[in-house]
Structures are given as structure tokens and as C-alpha cells.
Design a protein around this ligand. Sequence first.
Ligand code: GAR
Length: 187
Amino acid sequence: MKKIAIFASGSGSNAENIARFFKERENLNIECIYSNKNDAYVLQRAHNLLIPSKVFTKNDFYFSDIILNDLKNREVDLIVLAGFLWLVPQNLIDNFPIINIHPALLPKYGGKGMYGDNVHKAVVANGEKESGITIHYVNDKYDDGQIIFQAKCEVLPTDTADDVAKKVHQLEYRYFPEIIEKVVLSL
Ligand code: GAR
């Protein structure tokens, strides 16, 4: 049985999509959903899905081994970032494979401050003809680790940032769970 931990900071629609995908799998389990925000909607989703959740502070995350030890106690095999906005500390990078989804075609539109709608607004403002998703390993810099998978969508001249967000979310829902499955089963 492979065990996955999800980290999310916001709505958690990807977290829910991943959890639903793995619900039927006997060889994979979502052990826990972690969040740095105690009012993030992802916590409500975790509750509805009967998945344990844990909220942590900046101090817990960066200046203690609380999260590291929790992940070790749960015998987690893979950490998945699904809309998680904090840089991951070295103690987790050293102990777990970690993958992230980014809502653009890295190396474009990555780095600090480039998350969620900020990314889609920049894509539209620059008149890009395409955008997409990037699934990549996480290292100690924002959006910098080795790329595992990318998928593209068209951006029309009439598209708003919201339109692009919808297209990108569809790609995320379609591809992220199966890429997670491939990665975790290859460990
Ligand atoms: C997703 O689009 C994800 O790619 C993005 O945040 C959104 C979270 O949506 N992640 C980043 O921007 C990370 N830099 P969700 O909470 O509904 O899954």
C-alpha cells in the first residue's frame, strides 16, 4: 500500500479530485491533507471525504520537525502539493519525494508570487497563445524542480484570466491523478 499526503492552501478542488480518483484503489491511500490556513475550504473537503487533516503554523513548518514527524508516523511515500503556496523546507525535501502542479507551462510564469489567478492574468496580459499545466518535482526554489509532465491548452485573444483558469483546471483534473499514480507506483 502506497501512502500519499496532500498539501493545499486554498479551495482544494484538485485535492478532492485526487482523493476521489484514489478512493477505489486498494494499493493507494490519501493518508492526510495538510494546510497552512485554518479557514481553507480544502479542510471542509477533507472532512466530507473522511480524510484526516492537519493545520500547521509557520513555526511548525519551518522551525520544528512536527510535520516531518507526522509524515513519518503516517509512513507517507509521496507528498503532493495541490495549490500549496509556501516554499517547502529542507527537512521535508530531504526525506520525501515531493511533486507539485503549476498552472502554466514552466519555466514561463513561475517563481515567487506566481500562483493561481496571478499566473492566468499574466498569461492574458502578455497575449500568450497557449498555456497549460506543469507537474514537477519540488526542490528548495519555487517552481524549479525537474519537470515530469506538461499539457497545453489554447488561449484565445478573447479569453479572460477566468477563461484560462477554467481550461487549466480541466487539464489539472484530467492529468494530475494519473501522473501521481505513475510516480508513486514507480517508487
Ligand atoms: C491550481 O490551479 C494549482 O495549479 C495552483 O493553485 C490552484 C489551486 O486550485 N497552484 C499554484 O499556483 C502553485 N504555484 P485548487 O485549490 O482548487 O486545487
